[in-house]
Design a protein around this ligand. Sequence first.
Ligand code: DSN
Length: 418
Amino acid sequence: MHEPAIPSLTGADPEVARLVQAEARRQFEKVRLIASENYVSTAVLEATGSVLTNKYSEGYAGRRYYEGQQVVDPVEELAVARAKALFGADHANVQPYSGSPANLAVYMAFLDPGDTVMGMALPAGGHLTHGWGVSATGKWFRSVQYGVRKDTGVVDLDEVRDLARAEHPKVIFCGGTAIPRTIDFPAFAEIADEVGAVLAADIAHIAGLVAGGAHPSPVGHAQVITTTTHKTLRGPRGAMILTDAAHAKPIDKAVFPGLQGGPHNHTTAAIAVALGEALEPSFGLYAHAIVQNARALAVALLDRGFDLVSGGTDNHLVLVDLTGKGIAGKPAAKALDRAGIEANYNTVPFDPRKPFDPSGVRLGTAAITTRGLTADHMPKIAEWIDRAVRVADDGPELDRIAAEVADLMAGYPMPGWA
Ligand code: DSN
């Protein structure tokens, strides 16, 4: 049953309530390996579902355009203070609705349309909003894109330096969505500094690892840091922008009134709760356990003959190139899903296939680590993945794997399910 219980919803709208219960059960029974997903705590769920959703509060604490901010102001101030304390940043803006709006605020703050931005190409592991062609950031700005080295699968810092010297971007983005290795923030900072660019580190995927000391921090290297709050950081769906003192004002102006109206105060409260949880010493143990699990999963997959981009992982994420297994990413992800293992198909660097049916699947360990799985479980998960991609067309066999998966997960509690 969904936790907290939803009796009012069940009475008022049984159709939606049934779907919410079904989703909670689905999340309980599966091995969830989507690298950008997690399970929030019941406290975060309660804050998200609170009456704070009823309030409008354009502006910032003490400078709002609507009255009645006696409660919302301290909520936002708490979230900001906790964000600054957790990451050691000069300034935090907790209002961006999600990761893409947070990144758009960086453009709004430091670029004019047509100016040059540099980011990691989407198929190499970047994000749409780092200047990829189909995104507004690639259409309305002049975008130059870097990738990874073909021989190592790791960010090509020589290419980054050469491109920056040649193209003089005003903003350089580092970070992305499918980068299994440590991001070298000091090296990016040196390059940005040389060409006079603002360095924006998008740490959406690794924010929880940074907070928990399991990945180096960009603070002190990147003037601007964007992150979602719902991936490894384990908060509600939302985002934050951290800056040094010199870049605070343009970012605040870009978020409001530049791009957004009223912040989602129920989300702000839930972000404050999640940041409070991340400030607890146990969160450091969680962050390190995520990495241990990803490393163990990578080793177990390599033992079973899977090719991994960059040969392994330093963080929460494993990018599997399925070319050698004779199956494409999309049918593999669909077979895995039926087998109770949730993943997303993903391009791999230099992918000869199309983005809607690419060569890889992306796996992450943040959610299963929240459930309490350890490195000892990873060989079993690799075995299930191996079996599922081998029998991708055999529905009954995939169902048998799903039953085994559900059996394991039944022993590991899920916040949000009682
Ligand atoms: N959709 C997110 C992810 O899965 O990485 C990035 O925006």
